[in-house]
Write a protein that binds this ligand. Structure first.
Ligand code: 9WN
Length: 450
């Protein structure tokens, strides 16, 4: 094992070997025939962006599982190209997760796979993960897998570009906070306030999450009532994306989602070059997405990227970690990249060569910062991994290594938890979480800047 040259607070290589064993054991325990569940208790089905991060982890230890993971997810791709955010395991009992297939009713829609799925998407980090997985394990089987995945990844991008560019400005619009992956981020407070729903609605349902995690660490009942109302609106519209602007209750351009969308085109250009396809169109699209992100979501007054609420055509005010994600775009102009590095280093996020606390998901100086509640403060490894990737992309290896050390320390101190207290590092949510284990494996192997 190469643990990287920079010592962590956790110290020597024996301890790092132990961490690696813990990560592999966590992934093994979450492996389910052809995919990895994010958590056996909280999320026992297959999730879209989880599988991308998890595939990257598998590439370090059992590359064949990386390709099985992505292949099983893409087998559930809809005919229109959308990759559903949940693929339900038919072997599990009704009630194993809420909301289950009964709410989504994907089988009623034409062009859906035989297996039940949700109708939403998640940030398209899959092309980037597939490319990096191949770089971690560059063998003929991996190349063959990349070649098979390529058309599916292209279709995923085409769906987003053609069906989800609601404002016609070159960016993808998310139609539900679940699509952002940061479900109850303060970024969604303004757009969610306009969604008509009552917390009391939840009396008719049994939430599964609060049976397995502390309710104070999860979204509220009012959040869930709104989540369900937005799903019902989309589902009752047949998950059709036409006319969304006319009445869909939640329409937002998210900087993280769109950064992933642009980074996917960069990755597809590399995959095309590796597999004998033409990279040129991907590069041109990546440039267009980057330009649209800067034009639509960069706020020069705050020096960060903010989501745009399409119902009001205004940028939302909350400064969340979503705004740092455009750093993953290699073509981000220096002005914005420098501003994001300043934002990352500010007391709001505290990225440093030696970090005294982990990266939070929300501005830790904000009065409504909540260190325990899910995406409203706690530290998550996938977000740290993305920001670190962005710092490496824009030539900040010392900050990237500070972030890396702080993430390794989190797992060393608390285990492969789903998220962590952003001051104390205490583990929160699921104690055996797939992407935490997978990304730890990736972090333990220090790589050069992309
Ligand atoms: C809803 C699986 C998923 C992650 C999301 C995270 C959480 C689901 C939930 O779990 O969302 O999709 O039930 O809370 O917010 O990012 O993909 O790990």
């Amino acid at each position: 094992m190469t643990a990287g040259a920079v010592p962590t607070r956790t110290g020597g290589s024996t301890e790092l070997a132990g961490l690696r064993r813990l990560a592999v054991a966590t992934l093994d325990a979450n492996w389910e025939h052809d995919h990895t569940v994010p958590s056996r208790t909280l999320y026992p089905h297959q999730w879209s962006w989880d599988s991308a991060f998890i595939a990257l982890g598998w590439a370090h230890v059992r590359p064949e599982r990386a390709w099985q993971e992505l292949a099983s997810l893409f087998r559930a791709q809809w005919a229109d190209g959308r990759v559903p955010h949940i693929v339900f395991n038919p072997a599990l009992r009704v009630g194993a997760y809420f909301p289950g297939p009964q709410l989504w009713r994907s089988a009623d829609v034409e062009g859906t796979p035989a297996v039940d799925t949700s109708g939403l998407v998640q940030p398209p980090v899959h092309a980037l993960a597939a490319l990096l997985a191949y770089r971690r394990a560059p063998d003929p089987a991996g190349l063959a897998a990349l070649r098979r995945l390529y058309p599916a990844l292209v279709a995923q991008q085409r769906y987003l570009a053609e069906r989800r560019d609601v404002a016609g400005n070159g960016l993808v619009c998310v139609v539900h906070p679940w699509e952002s992956g940061l479900d109850n981020s303060p970024a969604w407070d303004e757009p969610m306030a306009a969604v008509d729903a009552e917390a009391a609605v939840m009396r008719a349902y049994r939430r599964h999450d609060t049976a397995h995690a502390d309710a104070a660490h999860r979204p509220t009942d009012l959040d869930y009532a709104r989540y369900l109302a937005i799903v019902a609106a989309y589902r009752d519209h047949g998950y059709a994306d036409r006319d969304l602007a006319d009445g869909h209750p939640f329409l937002v351009e998210c900087p993280l989602f769109n950064a992933a969308f642009g980074a996917a085109e960069h990755a597809l250009a590399e995959i095309a070059a590796l597999t004998g396809a033409d990279p040129a169109a991907h590069r041109a699209r990546a440039d267009r997405v980057t330009e649209a992100l800067v034009r639509r979501l960069y706020d020069p007054r705050t020096g960060t990227f903010q989501p745009r609420d399409l119902r009001t055509d205004r940028l939302v005010g909350a400064r969340t970690v979503l705004g740092l994600a455009p750093l993953i775009l290699p073509g981000l102009p220096a002005r914005q990249a420098d501003a994001l590095v300043a934002e990352a280093r500010s007391p709001r996020f505290g990225v440093a060569r030696w970090m005294d606390r982990p990266l939070p998901t929300y501005d830790r100086t904000a009065p409504d910062f909540e260190p325990l509640r899910y995406w409203r403060g706690p530290s998550w490894l996938n977000i740290g991994w993305l920001v670190r990737h962005g710092l490496l992309t824009h030539g900040h290896p010392e900050l990237a290594s500070g972030l890396r050390r702080s993430m390794i320390d989190l797992v060393a101190g608390a285990g492969c938890h789903e998220y962590f207290h952003p001051d104390t590092g205490v583990g929160l949510g699921s104690p055996a979480f797939g992407w935490t284990a997978a990304l730890l494996l990736d972090l333990l192997v220090d790589e050069p800047a992309p």
